[in-house]
Design a protein around this ligand. Structure first.
Ligand code: MTE
Length: 324
């Protein structure tokens, strides 16, 4: 995030997957998902996919249903830009480093440690956290603090459905997340760019908000490693860095948890990090953003909360200039 590189480094026009091909396929998959939900499957697929049949390897296709949560004012960002222009500092600070190096990360098996103020804690597999029979697609805009944005067809479940499984107690006012760290698989963590592991946190009401997604896929497929396999957050009204990737620990805590970017540069990155065109980053304006995948000059005005006005009530008691 501290390093600025030319747009779409390593991605050429020829790499871009035509969106109509995806959209056609998406229609078919959504219909398949609806059949599974209503039990109208044919004899050969009568058995509902069970959790352990969930595809886990990169490129595996997911069954999902569509929801009403979708951006309407913008085209989908081409698949190859979504998977080729990434921030995942554990694999390097260059935008093309994650696509180049994240394959080295083992995502199956994957365990997540859950601890803190909850009735149920312990170590769990991804399938214990996410109901793969209840996946939905949500087309959200992800707006990075670096003033660029993408519109991505994510697949996942509401984060609330994951957290409720652990029955957090009333002492759990925040939830903290950590990313998996492995020096032999993640070349970026050999350098002290951040104090590893990557850490993020949400207030409990933000975490339980229906817009907050635990994503396991995008563009109809299992998440590519560079996008945060096997599961990552998508918090669409906050700057992209709140959407922590490859989660390996979830902690229910009483006090505001430390987060990586706030710890690294508290003057630049706060705990809340709500998209706010009126509050500039100390080194650049946040009033507009480059649209990734639409050429070097395509821009749009940044909207408060990234356009997700329904979250405004969460912050009615908060000064968003101070609590950035
Ligand atoms: N999660 C981890 N573990 N490490 C990171 O470096 N980068 C963040 C966020 N999650 C990051 C992370 C930032 S700055 C952004 S903009 C988004 O991931 C980018 O997500 P994408 O690559 O899926 O577009």
């Amino acid at each position: 995030m501290l390093i600025r590189k030319p747009l779409l480094a390593g991605v050429t026009e020829n790499d871009v997957t035509p969106q109509h091909l995806y959209l056609d396929r998406r229609k078919i998959m959504a219909v398949g998902g609806a059949f599974a939900l209503t039990g109208l499957t044919s004899a050969c697929s009568a058995q509902e996919p069970s959790a352990d049949m969930a595809p886990r390897t990169m490129g595996g296709e997911l069954n999902f249903s569509e929801t009403a949560y979708r951006v309407t004012d913008g085209d989908l960002t081409p698949h190859d830009a979504v998977t080729g222009y990434n921030n995942f500092y554990e694999f390097g600070t260059g935008k093309s480093d994650p696509a180049r190096y994240a394959e080295a990360m083992t995502t199956d098996p994957w365990s997540v440690q859950v601890d803190g103020h909850a009735e149920r804690t312990g170590t769990f597999a991804v399938e214990d956290l996410v109901d793969f029979n209840a996946l939905e697609e949500r087309i959200y805009r992800l707006r990075c603090v670096e003033a660029w944005s993408m519109v991505i067809p994510w697949i996942g479940v509401p984060l609330s459905s994951v957290l409720e499984r652990f029955r957090p107690t009333s002492d759990a006012r925040y939830v903290a997340f950590e990313t998996y760290t492995n020096r032999s698989e993640m070349r970026g963590v050999r350098f002290p760019v951040l104090d590893w592991p990557y850490r993020e946190g949400l207030r409990m009401d933000e975490a339980m908000h229906p817009l907050t997604l635990m994503a396991v896929g995008l563009y109809g497929e299992v998440l590519p490693n560079q996008n945060g396999a096997p599961m990552r957050l998508v918090v669409p009204w906050k700057y992209g860095f709140k959407s922590i990737k490859s989660i390996s620990r979830i902690r229910f805590v009483a006090d505001e948890p430390q987060t990586s970017w706030k710890q690294s540069a508290p003057r630049e990155y706060g705990f809340y990090s709500n998209v706010n065109p009126n509050r500039s980053h100390p080194r650049w304006s946040q009033s507009s953003e480059r649209i990734i995948g639409e050429g070097p000059f395509a821009r749009r005005d940044t909207q408060m909360f990234n356009g997700y006005d329904e979250v405004a009530s969460l912050y009615s008691d908060l000064d968003l200039e101070e609590n950035y």
